[in-house]
Ligand binder design. Structure first.
Ligand code: ADP
Ligand code: ASP
Ligand code: MG
Length: 466
């Protein structure tokens, strides 16, 4: 089989874990599979890179950069020591990494002096997490006697839009990757940096946080792989976040549409766009646990599987802001909604949920907390108190989404959802149901959110095996 396997940040968290990953890869390689590996940055490195880029631009202290360089070097040198037994390979990787860390240091010092951090520089700096991880993963594979080479996403043909921080692959990516990667695959295990691509001018871009899932799916679709496997620290896609409800169960099989709804609605087990490329080529996606490799995990496929559960999973989005827009003149003023969403789109705001009251004098939108300030600014400047009289916002809210293809055409699901919450005196602030009917989502106060998830997990008996 031709399989693209992606390993997340926790899976490659340190040298010992990278060494386990190499063993997993060796097993599948020795069984005769053709493997392409996508790696995330070592656990926590992307966050540290972003923090230090921000400090560099605000504090401008070169000594902080030197300190960060020392920490980063130590972490990666230790990883090399634990992951790569072969001294010659370890030395090669060490040299590559020291060179790359030197480049990174220069860029951070540049930001210190300029006191400016552009979206383009953020992408450049944050790309180093994966650029430091890939040579170590590839070296660990070589040290087990298997030929391996590492490439960046851009080198292998992932050419994207210039939307820094949220870049999209251009259509030509699929052909380019097929040609470049296809021609070098052979019997070696190719390791590719997740998360990063480059635009048409060769400038580094990133696909958004957790973007390595998306990279794996893009590569899988380009190569027409038999399967795409996403190795994580959890037992697959579960009935809810196991950090919220430890009794959450693995969902053995789920459809593309359900997995998409879940990933759009906060189950950050997958990058929101992961499923799209896989789906266009009908490639099954498996979500597996690096720390329990024999466990089957979750299989995401095209068909809707008959299963006892109407609702498959509950997810929670925490970092959101609710914005209410009201004004009596909004009723009947054609084009207000269009202006509102155009203003938000032009400000780069991603709208999570929308609801308009039937009186038409009130619209509520939920946006991610990171976009709230930009959203409010855009709305104030677009309307400047004409038509819209009041704009207010509330950060202390969460979105809960109830997802399952079985909900479509099954009457009474909403009654159960809101009945169960009502019985526990949980106040619902806003409701929306997607037209796919695979998803009912609603807004509650932050302090009610965990209880709401627990009540619904119990109401739909998700703790029972599927
Ligand atoms: P990656 O290795 O790709 O970064 P993680 O190993 O971090 O992915 O795993 C995904 C995270 O998603 C877990 O930490 C888990 O708590 C969270 N999560 C949220 N919702 C779900 C869900 N429905 N099923 C599984 N994990 C979930
Ligand atoms: N390293 C990136 C992040 O932390 C991408 C990824 O892990 O998939 O978001
Ligand atoms: Mg993670």
């Amino acid at each position: 089989m031709k399989i693209v396997m992606k390993f997340g940040g926790t899976s490659v968290g340190n040298g010992k874990r990278i060494s386990q990953v190499a063993q997993i890869l060796k097993k599948y390689h020795d069984e005769g599979n053709q493997i392409v590996v996508v790696t995330s940055a070592l656990n926590g490195v992307t966050d540290k890179l972003l923090d230090n880029a921000f400090f560099a631009s605000t504090k401008g202290e070169v000594s902080l950069i030197k300190k960060f360089k020392t920490e980063l070097t130590k972490k990666h040198h230790e990883a090399i020591k634990d992951a790569i037994d072969e001294p010659k390979v370890a030395k090669e990787v060490l040299q590559i990494l020291d060179h790359r860390i030197g480049e990174l240091e220069k860029a951070l010092i540049g930001i210190c002096y300029l006191g400016e951090l552009t979206p383009r520089s953020i992408d450049y700096i944050s790309s180093y997490g994966e650029r430091l991880a890939a040579p170590i993963v590839s070296g660990a594979i070589r040290s087990l006697g298997i030929a391996s080479t590492d490439y960046t996403g851009g080198e292998i043909g992932i050419i994207t839009s210039s939307d820094y921080g949220n870049a999209r692959p251009l259509e030509k990516t699929y052909e380019l990757v097929k040609n470049r990667l296809g021609s070098i695959l052979g019997s070696q295990v190719i390791v590719i940096t997740g998360f990063i691509g480059e635009n048409e001018n060769g400038i580094v871009t990133t696909l958004g946080r957790s973007g390595s899932d998306f990279t794996a799916s893009i590569l899988g679709a380009s190569l027409k792989a038999d399967e795409i496997w996403l190795w994580k620290e959890v037992n697959g896609i579960m009935t809810t976040d196991p950090r919220i409800i430890p009794e959450a169960k693995t969902i053995p099989q789920i459809s593309y549409s359900e997995a998409m709804e879940l990933s759009y609605f906060g189950a950050n087990v997958l990058h929101p766009r992961t499923i799209e490329p896989a789906m266009r080529e009908h490639i099954p996606v498996r979500v597996k646990n690096t720390f329990d490799p024999e466990f089957p995990g979750t299989l995401v496929v095209a068909e809707k599987f008959q299963c006892e559960h109407v609702v498959k999973a509950i997810s929670l989005i925490k970092d959101v802001t609710l914005i209410n827009i009201s004004g009596a003149e909004m009723a009947g003023t054609i084009g207000t909604v269009a202006r509102l969403f155009t203003a938000l789109a032009n400000a780069g705001v991603n709208v999570v949920m929308i609801s308009q009251g039937s009186s038409e004098s009130n619209i509520s939108v939920v946006v991610s907390e990171a976009h709230a300030e930009a959203a409010l600014k855009a709305l104030h400047s677009e309307f400047n108190r004409e038509i819209i009289k009041e704009i207010n916002s509330d950060e202390n809210v969460c979105v809960v989404a109830v997802v399952g293809a079985g909900m479509a055409g099954t009457p009474g699901v909403a009654k159960r959802v809101f009945g169960a919450l009502g019985n526990s005196m949980i106040n619902i602030i806003m409701i929306s149901q997607g037209s796919s009917q695979y998803n009912i989502s609603f807004v509650v106060r932050e302090e009610d959110a965990f209880v709401a998830v627990r009540i619904l997990h119990d109401e739909f008996k998700l703790y029972k095996e599927n």
